[in-house]
Design a protein around this ligand. Structure first.
Ligand code: F6P
Length: 468
């Protein structure tokens, strides 16, 4: 690799994943080989909007700092959902000037769709590449021409634009998928599967119906992966809820095995397309995503009404439907903690690839992970614009309909094949050993948690001391 830069910046933006440090590690290790300095910018784009630009040298003397441990979840340089506004040229100018004053010649952003939108305005003035991350596994395409299938409806009187997907390809070859799996996804599924297994036995014992809500926003990949825990029904955001059929299936299963386990993606919609658990369609986070409150609770109240107390009383299983049905959100445990081997390995590879793309002057590109039956996984790259529709929007990748059997509420044959290609060897021996050796380490009882934030704080430098 020709050394075209001496110093680069790197940041992690958006919601965290367990694999962010692994991606940072991969990029920094590659930079060490090429003798390039790496400045870690604190708290994503927020750090660049701060005139003092807090930052950390991640590889003094081209050696990775010991705090950067690929096995540690989260990001040692912090993250935020603050993005650069493409409509504020003064802001973009200030950011690029700050980067230049730091002697930084290129920037790696680790993030998802919001991060690309934040990176692109900068990339018009400053070399940038992206290493993907998201537990939702929604940064990518089912096939290359998918963005052109989006249709936009003219804004209504409230000025709101709505996007619709055309039917698209009926069939999908796994080799067509762009960015097959994103770092963070495998560990999120690992957590969810264990949650499903654990909730199962308590529902089984107490003759209850468990509704388990998993993350993923509009994309159902995490819910799909939960199938490893053998839930009785898997409900994906991509398939509007047919409550009649869900009720019927729950009744059948409950009659047969005296309990039932339902996994529901947080973004599951009703038949009109409104998210079942939306606070309301106007409440959004800074990246413009609808805020969700509780798809599981919404499904619970539908089942409470439909099944009623009598359904549970007739076989003396419960006094009331309320006592029989319960909900659990797996929540942020999906996003945190130690990444499993699949994530660690491919996250660090993708970090290295984003570095190589930057040095090869492939501005505004995304490092991707591809899969084929013959070769397994390999790294590749994609121009960021390829992810955008004709209006410049990046839509979350949806679970393709050929991955899901909506009658059985389970992954289809192709869905199973997709999951197997990722998960069969996703857990390493050390992932198991670390539980055995460390979870009940007596030292944990007598030593306070040693936060990496404390150590990193000692390394933080500022562009302009007076501004800090
Ligand atoms: O996009 C990642 C994600 O974890 C989603 O699955 C989830 O809806 C959201 O972030 C939660 O965000 P927050 O951490 O802001 O609650």
């Amino acid at each position: 690799m020709r050394k075209t830069m001496n110093r680069i910046g790197i940041l992690t933006a958006g919601g965290d994943t367990p694999a962010l440090n692994a991606t940072l590690y991969g990029a920094v290790e590659r930079a060490n080989q090429c003798e390039v300095e790496v400045f870690g910018l604190i708290k994503g784009f927020d750090g660049l909007l701060n005139p003092s630009v807090p930052h950390v040298l991640l590889n003094p003397l081209y050696q990775t700092i010991p705090e950067l441990d690929p096995c540690l979840g989260g990001s040692i340089i912090g993250s935020s959902r603050t993005y650069i506004d493409p409509h504020k040229p003064a802001e973009i100018k200030a950011v690029t000037e700050r980067l230049k004053r730091l002697g930084i010649e290129g920037l790696i952003c680790i993030g998802g769709d919001g991060t690309i939108s934040g990176m692109q305005p900068v990339s018009e003035f400053f070399p940038c590449t992206l290493a993907p991350k998201t537990i939702d596994n929604d940064l990518g395409l089912n096939y290359i021409d998918e963005p052109s299938e989006w249709q936009r409806d003219d804004s209504d009187s409230s000025g709101k634009l709505t996007y619709r997907r055309a039917a698209g390809h009926d069939e999908l070859a796994l080799e067509e998928i762009i960015n097959y799996a994103t770092p963070g996804y495998a560990t999120a599924v690992f957590v969810v599967v264990q949650a499903v297994e654990r909730i199962r036995t308590t529902a089984e014992t107490h003759r209850r119906i468990a509704i388990i809500e998993v993350m993923g926003r509009e994309s159902g990949y995490i819910a799909l992966g939960s199938a490893y825990g053998q839930p009785d029904l898997v409900l994906l955001p991509e398939v509007p809820l047919n409550i009649d059929r869900v009720e019927q299936r729950v009744r059948e299963i409950y009659d047969h095995q005296k309990h039932a386990v339902v996994v529901i993606g947080e973004g599951v919609t009703d038949e009109t397309g409104l998210p079942l658990g939306a606070v309301d369609s106007h409440s959004k986070d800074p990246a413009g995503n609808i805020l969700f409150s509780g798809a599981a609770e919404a499904l619970e109240s539908l089942l409470l009404k439909r099944l009623g107390d009598s359904f549970f009383q007739r076989k003396r299983r419960h006094e009331s439907a309320k006592a029989a049905i319960f909900t659990r959100k797996v929540g942020h445990t999906q996003r945190g903690g130690r990444p499993i081997q699949f994530d660690r390995f491919y996250a660090s590879q993708l970090g290295g690839k984003a570095f190589d793309l930057l040095l090869a002057e492939q501005n505004d590109t995304v490092a991707t992970l591809q899969w084929s039956r013959e070769q397994g996984f390999r790294l590749d790259a994609l121009a960021a614009n390829k992810l955008k529709d004709q209006w410049g929007m990046i839509h979350p990748r949806f679970v393709h309909r050929s991955f899901y059997d909506a009658l059985k509420f389970q992954p289809s044959k192709l869905g199973v094949e997709y999951l197997r290609s990722i998960f069969t060897h996703a857990i390493g021996q050390d992932d198991v050993e670390v539980i055995r050796a460390k979870l009940f380490s007596p030292g944990n009882l007598v030593t306070r948690y040693q936060s990496v934030n404390v150590d990193i704080q000692k390394r933080i430098r500022y562009l302009d001391k007076s501004a800090s």
